[in-house]
Design a protein around this ligand. Structure first.
Ligand code: ZN
Length: 311
């Protein structure tokens, strides 16, 4: 039996300076700052969330920023690149914007039937704008100087770099309900649910890639989405039965989560679509207050005093 995973939920990465991180994702990429919270395992550190206006699952890129942290090395055993969906024809706009803003970018590549603009954030995190010929009905992220016709629609894909993809592919297709959607060179693409941008996981087995090392500019984990709590519990049972070491369900306030490592070592999470990011501040004010789970609320004053100022 397969789990009812419907695509990507959020992706969490490691950064160094939190102000630099906030500036890059909101100003250069035009994403909305949708939640300011803390790392629940290290409340002296921020957890910053960016996404579309409504903070929809499938658009949320989050960061644990540790000022001064050394850089990691992107490579095998990691989620290697994060792709955002943008409309076909929008890459010349982004190339010009990145040149103006001194964002490091590489030449456009063709991948399946799409055009891909690889670039990196200030910590060297590998990102891609995927100008897709597929229909992506999701609303544009509302940036004030990025016209809606060019703006990011949310995730397109997460690319995992692996020394050997077989066991990971088995977990995706055998336990999580993913299906093979395409193969090209060292890249195999898998899709979930109804398919399309926001669901894809690409497995990249390029022998030239080094082994990944954790640090600033690398991905911490990839979270997949399920509709509700009951589906999450059922999914957990399936993963346990298939021999994966799965955490209990953890309440992350904005969603409920389970965690496990896929066989190549990439940390996976499965998160519920609800209750969402508007539970502790109104939708039109997301990102304003410091969102804290109930057990940390008692310590709000000390936590706020210890965090660096963001602006
Ligand atoms: Zn997560």
């Amino acid at each position: 039996m397969n789990a009812q995973v419907t695509g990507l939920h959020h992706i969490t990465a490691i950064a160094s300076d939190p102000r630099q991180n906030l500036d890059f994702y909101t100003r250069a990429l035009g994403l909305r700052f949708v939640k300011k919270s803390v790392n629940q395992d290290d409340p002296g550190t921020y957890h910053l969330y960016y996404g579309d206006y409504a903070a929809s699952p499938g658009t949320i890129l989050t960061f644990f920023p540790w000022a001064g942290l050394r850089r990691g090395r992107p490579g095998t055993g990691q989620a290697y690149a994060t792709g955002f969906s943008v409309p076909a024809g929008s890459l010349p706009f982004w190339q010009a914007r990145f040149t103006k803003l001194d964002v490091k970018q590489q030449p456009i590549e063709s991948r399946f039937s799409d055009e891909v603009l690889p670039f990196t954030d200030p910590d060297g995190l590998r990102l891609e704008l995927v100008a897709t010929s597929e229909t992506d009905p999701r609303p544009a992220a509302p940036a004030k100087d990025v016209p809606a016709e060019f703006a990011i629609r949310g995730f397109h894909s997460s690319t995992l770099a692996l020394a050997d993809a077989a066991a990971t592919a088995q977990v995706l297709t055998g336990s999580m309900g993913y299906k093979l959607a395409g193969q090209s060179g060292h890249r195999a693409r898998y899709s979930a649910g109804n398919g399309g941008p926001g669901t894809y996981v690409d497995l990249l087995t390029d022998p030239a890639l080094p082994r990944g090392l954790n640090g600033a500019g690398t991905i911490h984990h990839v979270a997949f989405r399920v509709a509700d709590d009951a589906t999450e519990v059922a999914t957990r049972e399936i993963l346990l039965k298939d021999g994966l070491h799965v955490s209990p369900v953890i309440d992350r306030a904005y969603f409920k989560s389970i965690y496990y490592r896929e066989p190549a070592g990439v940390l996976f999470e499965i998160a519920t679509d609800g209750p969402g990011f508007a539970i502790d501040e109104p939708l039109d004010q997301l990102g304003t207050i410091l969102g804290l789970p109930p057990h940390l609320e008692l310590h709000r004053a000390e936590i706020e005093a210890a965090l660096p100022k963001l602006n």
